[in-house]
Design a protein around this ligand. Structure first.
Ligand code: PEP
Length: 258
């Protein structure tokens, strides 16, 4: 199956950046560019919680543009002060949520098991998880990245039945490339994306593996996006820093496979 059959996605991760007004302005500038998306292309903005409703209304008339939360809690509801549930996200019409970003794994001690619960609660609420995986530099230096990423997928996703796995977006984000300006080479990205697809195929069959979008994340910029996205198994990117600059993110959207 040709990779263009899969959704090609440019996902912006604003993290804990921008004021409300700056966020609104950034979205306005991006929409001002009037980039029309092909049916297989999609743009997702993962914005801070307080901006979700504003961002939802900004994308309302824009075909192919969507909003994501950057995280949600793994529990249904209850006494978890400061947390946001998947049901709350659903109740304001949010359809995507980043799950297991490496910053949350590192600073908030999110484990593969906890992330399996987050994936489940998202899917129960019709929210597509954008599931992040990826190895630290020390693991890459020992050439153990394949086993490491495989374990992340097995422990957080492989309990899912096929119909649910099909709904997941995977983002491969080598930690050594996030926010460092150091990007994986196209060969490193393609090798890992192909490997991820092969383990998906081993568990769920080739037809399912060929449908799951696998994004690359790690210092994607306006200048390198087209080259990275051209890899056959790379279906777009999850973008941090460069998604905060309208002209850069516009170029990244335009770099999606046609
Ligand atoms: C990210 O936060 O997911 C990310 C890839 O960040 P950056 O693009 O800044 O490396």
């Amino acid at each position: 199956m040709k990779s263009t059959m899969r959704k090609q996605i440019a996902a912006a991760n604003w993290k804990m950046n921008l004021t409300y007004q700056q966020g609104e302005k950034l979205l306005d500038e991006i929409f001002h560019a009037r980039i029309s998306l092909a049916p297989h292309q999609q743009v997702i903005f993962a914005v801070p919680f307080p901006y979700l409703i504003m961002a939802k209304s900004e994308v309302a008339d824009e075909t192919g543009y969507n909003i994501a939360a950057q995280n949600c809690n793994e529990k249904q509801s209850g006494a978890y002060t400061g947390e946001v549930s998947a049901e709350m996200l659903k109740s304001i019409g949010i359809k995507y949520c980043i799950v297991g970003h490496s910053e949350r794994r590192e600073y908030y001690l999110e484990t593969n098991k906890m992330l399996a619960d987050k994936v489940n609660i998202c899917l129960q609420n019709n929210i597509t998880p954008i599931f992040c995986c990826g190895e630290a530099l020390s693991i890459r230096e020992k050439n153990q990245q394949n086993e490491f990423v495989q374990q992340q997928l097995e422990e957080s996703l492989f309990h899912l039945p096929e119909e649910n796995l099909r709904q997941v977006i995977i983002a491969y984000e080598p930690i050594w490339a996030i926010g460092t300006g150091r990007t994986a080479s196209t060969q490193q990205a393609q090798e890992m994306h192909q490997y991820i697809r092969s383990i998906l195929a081993g568990k769920y069959g080739q037809e399912v593996a060929d449908q799951v979008s696998v994004l690359y994340g790690g210092s994607v910029k306006a200048g390198n996006a087209a080259e990275i996205f051209s890899c056959p198994d790379v279906d777009g990117g999850l973008v941090g820093g460069a998604s905060l600059v309208a002209q850069d993110f516009i170029q990244i959207i335009k770099a999606l496979k046609q």
